[in-house]
Design a protein around this ligand. Structure first.
Ligand code: C2E
Ligand code: MG
Ligand code: MG
Length: 426
């Protein structure tokens, strides 16, 4: 086995596995922790390699390893286990470990020299109890990676491995393998959240997905959609949602409610070149007029790739309406809005919550509304939770309101029984 990394001259992954294995075999008390340090932008290493070649990359990696070496005790082991990933085995107790972790974070405050340019790395640290690491050396690096990955979701720099969080994620991945079964066994269902116009009358409904797994219970869309979106499973899910929502639209129409139905569509479905054809087919099968369907997508999914933008244009040709969801929650690139055929803008709860204030947030909200109106978009305010927020929003030029204060998401029967006017707005 080669146990040394040629760029950093540090021990490599094989060496780490052998060392953990040996500690396990010797049965020595496993004190301390396995600390994984990941460069968040490890693509930077690749870019330096492309731009400046091998020697510059090696000099950078040596710099990273050297900086870590300078803060660790001689009896700690340092390993380079993959692009921009280092592991340190320590025997520190909890207090000493937290001091050490501060030192690691500190060590990355200063830029590194690649021989050509100075670069700075953001890091994520995953900490795994040594007893857990030696107990299952083959799985130790995966667990530390799971912990480091938690830093990304919670904007933290360091996370201690949690078996519960890990198990929950694994359950979720397992559940995703059963999506076909979930569809056939009707574990999925849609709920519908009403929207009202400026007079308080029902003006549309948004279909929201619910999944009750027979073993794992309710799984929120915010949990499984981001994972499903990395796989082809998402295409099946969206197709199911589309068919079910259009069936519901027919029921609504028959109950005398001629309001549009919105569905949420993620980037994976927008990348599907067949999606607009599927939509057209499902609409014509039910003789539904296309403008009764609204496709909601976020800026993130709309601009994920040129294929997504192309699909939105094809959907526009089919005649359905396009809504930009969660507007103002991310890094809105106003200039790029003109590249997609938008009809509606849904302003995110984070901006809406500031409506009763007089500060910055309210000013941003007023400006966003003015701009959207100038561009000819219909505006929906989402996430309205209180009478005071609704009251302030009514002073502004907003077309539609949605949120728990107006109605929770409900079953189709409940939508059919809704009064014509949901809230009294004069
Ligand atoms: P979204 O499309 O922005 O939907 C609004 C979410 O906010 C829904 O959560 C809704 O229940 C919740 N909500 C509505 N009013 C309020 C309020 O007043 N206060 C608060 N705090 N929340 C409110 P839900 O159903 O958990 O869905 C979360 C997200 O998951 C959705 O955000 C959407 O991005 C995604 N999603 C839901 N169903 C589907 C689906 O069928 N397909 C896809 N691709 N994504 C879906
Ligand atoms: Mg939505
Ligand atoms: Mg939204």
């Amino acid at each position: 086995f080669i146990t040394t990394d040629p760029s950093t001259h540090e021990d490599n992954y094989v060496s780490l596995a052998l060392d953990l294995e040996e500690t396990a075999v010797q049965g020595t008390p496993a004190e301390g922790a396995l600390v994984l340090i990941e460069m968040l932008d490890h693509d930077l290493v690749r870019r330096i390699f492309m731009g400046f070649g091998g020697p510059s990359t090696d000099s950078l990696l040596n710099g990273l390893a050297g900086r870590l070496r300078s803060i660790i005790a001689p009896n700690f082991s340092l390993y380079y286990v993959g692009v921009g990933r280092f592991v340190i085995l320590t025997d520190l107790d909890d207090d000493a470990l937290s001091c050490f972790l501060y030192a690691v974070v500190d060590a990355f405050q200063q830029p590194f020299d690649s021989g050509n340019i100075q670069v700075k790395f953001e890091i994520a640290i995953g900490v795994l109890d040594m007893a857990v690491a030696v107990g299952n050396p083959a799985d130790a690096l995966r667990k530390a990676t799971v912990a480091a990955n938690e830093c990304r979701s919670h904007s933290r720099v360091c996370t201690v491995y949690s078996a519960e969080t890990d198990a929950a994620k694994i359950r979720l991945y397992r559940a995703l393998l059963e999506v076909a079964q979930a569809i056939s066994e009707r574990q999925f269902r849609l709920v519908f959240q009403p929207k009202v116009d400026a007079h308080g009358a029902l003006s549309g409904v948004e279909a929201l997905l619910r999944w009750t797994h027979p073993v794992y219970g309710n799984i929120a869309p915010g949990e499984f959609i981001p994972l499903a979106d990395d796989t082809e499973i998402m295409v099946d899910i969206t197709h199911w949602v589309l068919r079910e929502a259009l069936d519901a639209l027919v029921v609504l129409k028959n109950s005398g409610r001629h309001v549009p139905m919105s569905i949420n569509v993620s980037s994976r479905s927008l990348k599907d070149t067949q999606f607009s054809t599927t939509v057209a087919l499902e609409l014509s099968r039910r003789e539904i007029s296309p403008e009764l369907l609204i496709i909601e997508c976020t800026e993130y999914s709309a601009f994920r790739s040129s294929q997504c933008v192309a699909t939105l244009h094809r959907l526009k040709t089919v005649g359905v309406r396009i809504a930009l969801d969660d507007f103002g929650s991310g890094y809105s690139n106003l200039a790029s809005l003109q590249n997609i055929p938008i009809d509606h803008i849904k302003i995110d709860k984070s901006l809406i919550d500031g409506a009763p204030d007089t500060g910055h947030c309210a000013s941003i909200l007023v400006s966003v509304i003015q701009m959207c109106k100038k561009l000819g978009y219909r505006i929906t305010a989402e996430g309205i939770e209180s009478a005071s927020v609704l009251e302030s929003l009514r002073q502004l030029d907003i077309d539609e309101f949605q949120g728990y204060f107006i109605s929770m998401p409900v079953g189709l029967d409940a939508v059919c029984r809704l009064p014509h006017r949901l809230v009294e707005l004069e």
